[in-house]
Design a protein around this ligand. Structure first.
Ligand code: GLU
Length: 305
């Protein structure tokens, strides 16, 4: 397995020149695009790592999976899906167009920015500080990392430039979808996107989902099985933005990417895989990360289909 992990990294490296770091968030454009790493955490406690597996990066859209689980645990599935749909969009992650054209103006799913912002308006807490504490506490459990915190520079960079996310939130407020104060909700979203992790942290999230919400290291239930199943389903249908269909064909694993360059992949019942490579393709997915996952899926026969 260690040999295959190293081979996957070697196979993926030459593709990095095809990608670019996320330029629309100034702080992310400063990251070295040649970084590439992976961490595999198996549910029986084995781990395999290669390359820049301990380089820190920000969660970005990977956070959408975690906040979705928390909102469903806080409010129940019916309440949450009254506000957000369950269908893939075929549009870019930050697209605004369908919000206006679909009836009810509900975001189509919780993995696009509009859906994730609507989800954040459902997180429990009386004040913004309470909500952040509640959310961060859950993230720390899910990533098995008590030190987890957000990167201030990236957070401020998103806050200073996130006009489109504010537009999505304002539209949803006007349409009666978004609960609470627009600025406070968007601020929580910017913070969750800026949580700083490494490949091990996201591999642990993958392993937790692979193990139906029970921590492979402590045996404790962190997420109910039903919620874990729900989020894995969204990862298959919408986890890789508008490239989810092609990714399902080529890799075949529930996965979620973020513009920070991370991808978490779940091998149900077996392991979690965390990859990081900040050079992104046109859809916003890590070029090297996808190549690593294609290699592992092919060599190890991992597709769930
Ligand atoms: N913070 C990013 C944004 O809102 C997250 C996008 C992503 O990772 O897809 O644009």
């Amino acid at each position: 397995m260690q040999r295959i992990a190293d081979e996957a990294l070697k196979y993926a490296k030459p593709f990095l020149s095809q990608g670019h770091t996320a330029g629309y968030i100034p702080e992310l454009s400063k990251v070295d695009p040649n970084r590439l790493g992976l961490y595999i955490a198996s549910n029986d406690g084995q781990c395999y790592k290669s390359g820049d597996f301990d380089t820190k990066f920000t969660l970005q859209s990977i956070s959408k999976t975690v906040s979705l689980m928390l909102a469903v645990m806080d409010r129940g599935q019916d309440y949450v899906f009254n506000k957000v749909g369950m269908e893939p969009t075929g549009d870019a992650f930050n697209s605004i167009i369908k919000l206006e054209t679909v009836k009810l103006h509900k975001p189509l799913n919780p993995m696009i920015n509009a859906g994730a912002i609507a989800i954040d308006s459902l997180i429990s807490g009386n004040t913004p500080e309470d909500k952040f504490r509640h959310l961060a506490g859950f993230y720390r459990k899910v990533f098995n990392n008590e030190q987890l915190n957000y990167n201030k520079e990236v957070y401020l960079s998103e806050k200073a430039t996130g006009f489109r996310n504010r537009a999505l939130a304002n539209f949803m407020k006007d349409a009666g979808v978004l609960e609470g104060d627009v600025d406070e909700v968007v601020d929580l979203y910017f913070k969750q996107c800026s949580f700083e992790v490494d490949c091990k942290d996201i591999a642990f999230l993958g392993a937790l989902l692979a193990n139906d919400g029970i921590s492979p290291s402590t045996g404790k239930e962190i997420v109910p099985k039903k919620v874990s199943r729900l989020v894995k389903t969204f990862m298959v249908t919408c986890g890789m933005y508008d490239a989810s269909g092609e990714f399902a064909v080529k890799v075949g694993l529930p996965s979620k990417s973020g513009v920070g360059g991370g991808i978490v992949a779940v091998v149900p019942g077996t392991m979690g895989i965390g990859v990081f490579g900040p050079a992104l393709d046109d859809k916003g997915n890590s070029v090297g990360g996808i190549k690593i996952l294609e290699y592992l899926s092919e060599k190890l026969g991992l597709s769930i289909f």
